[in-house]
Design a protein around this ligand. Structure first.
Ligand SMILES: C[C@H]1O[C@H](OP(=O)(O)OP(=O)(O)OC[C@H]2O[C@@H](n3cnc4c(=O)[nH]c(N)nc43)[C@H](O)[C@@H]2O)[C@@H](O)[C@@H](O)C1=O
Length: 359
């Protein structure tokens, strides 16, 4: 009998955690996730795969814990005994990290160190090698030192969030080199989807456009429209995380589309999807500016394409359409362009793939 593959995910309730869980379940893994206790439910992105795990044969388990609580991380590690750990948990909002720098650095920087220490002791005691994925970020390039940015581009972080990610990145390298740990950094450029948090710029835009189209919102208040980002599709990016842990040797990889677009271009496509001119609806609000901005990000993912065989499955235009379609559907609207049938990878497909019948 082959041994059940078991993965542990921090940040399982987030966008990436939910896509990664689906992906790993489809690969036959038993998936364990760490969730923070909150007074309101925060599992909506995974409810469709979590409900009734035993009856449906879906092996997804949740544990209360927090990256700021090392004792619990150790306990969960002992209990779950995973072969792969994906560290996706974070206070991941760059703007918010300026307001809550200590918490952000504790969860993102120290949280990674706590996990690495727990794994180091666990490996030492049991002799079992755990493969570790660290969710790095293109924000680490900040004030970019080269264009495009690759694995060899020096970091120049421009926010408490990015500083903490740089710390976590180097600790991951350090544990790999000091303790012979199988630890990888994925340097992921922005990745979006219909499950993206509502305060990140892409989802904020697509939700607002859908509401404006439905007559439920009048204006959209925005910050800097000139910044450029390399935006990919989150579902593609979680596959890259897994691929990194399946290689013979641990290494660090940039995951990106290798294209860059301004926030203004995103607005143009999203409003264009429902045939509205964005200039009539968008207004400036300096609350959305950051004390220091990251102006331009564009990745060079050649290494991942060559070594992992990874590549993005959809274009920037398709990404905007996919997100627009999902937010229009959520409001019961049909897009005026009749793009509806092109929506790939929706939740219904995932449910079908998992063979789960009742939701
Ligand atoms: C890879 C990286 O990706 C994300 O970080 P981010 O790039 O900061 O993402 P965002 O969607 O918040 O901002 C993108 C750009 O859009 C500008 N912008 C204009 N107006 C608004 C606005 O109204 N809201 C927001 N949020 N941004 C705005 C804003 O100033 C910035 O230049 C996180 O997942 C992070 O965790 C991560 O690792």
């Amino acid at each position: 009998m082959t041994q059940q593959k078991r993965a542990l995910i921090t940040g399982i309730t987030g966008q990436d955690g939910s896509y990664l869980s689906e992906f790993l379940l489809l690969q036959g893994y038993e998936v364990h996730g760490i969730i923070r206790r909150t007074s309101t439910f925060n599992t909506d992105r995974i409810d469709h795969i979590y409900e009734d795990p035993h009856k449906q044969g879906v092996r997804l388990f949740l544990h209360y814990g927090d990256l700021t609580d090392g004792t619990t991380l150790r306990r969960i590690l002992e209990e779950v005994q995973p072969i792969e750990i994906y560290n996706l948990g974070a206070q991941s909002h760059v703007r918010v990290s300026f307001d809550s720098p200590e918490y952000t650095v504790d969860a993102v920087g120290m949280g990674t160190l706590r996990l690495l220490e727990a794994i180091r002791d666990y490996q030492h005691r049991t002799g079992i090698q755990v493969r570790f994925y660290q969710a790095g970020s293109s924000e680490m390039y900040g004030l970019v030192q080269a264009v495009p940015q690759s694995e060899t581009t020096p970091f120049y972080p421009r926010s408490p969030y990015a500083c903490a990610k740089v710390y976590a990145h180097w600790q991951t390298v350090n544990y790999r080199e000091s303790y012979n740990m199988f630890a990888c950094n994925g340097i992921l450029f922005n990745h979006e989807s219909p499950r993206r948090g509502e305060t990140f710029v892409t989802r904020k835009i697509t939700m607002a456009v859908a509401k404006i189209f439905a007559g439920k919102q009048k204006k959209l208040y925005m910050g800097n429209l000139d910044s450029k980002r390399d935006w990919g599709y989150a579902k593609d990016y979680v596959k890259a995380m897994w691929l990194m842990l399946q290689q013979e040797q641990p290494d660090d990889y940039v995951i990106a589309t290798n294209e860059t677009h301004t926030v203004r271009e995103f607005l143009d496509l999203a409003f264009g999807y429902v045939n509205l001119p964005w200039e009539d609806y968008v207004e400036f609000d300096d609350r959305y500016l950051r004390p220091s901005e990251v102006d331009l990000l564009i990745g060079d993912s050649t290494k991942a394409r060559q070594k992992l065989g990874w590549e993005p499955s959809i274009t920037f235009n398709q990404l905007v359409s996919l997100m627009m379609e999902a937010d229009l559907q959520a409001l019961g609207c049909t897009s005026p362009n009749g793009h509806g049938s092109q929506m790939p990878h929706d939740i219904a497909t995932v449910r079908q793939e998992l063979g789960v019948l009742h939701f």
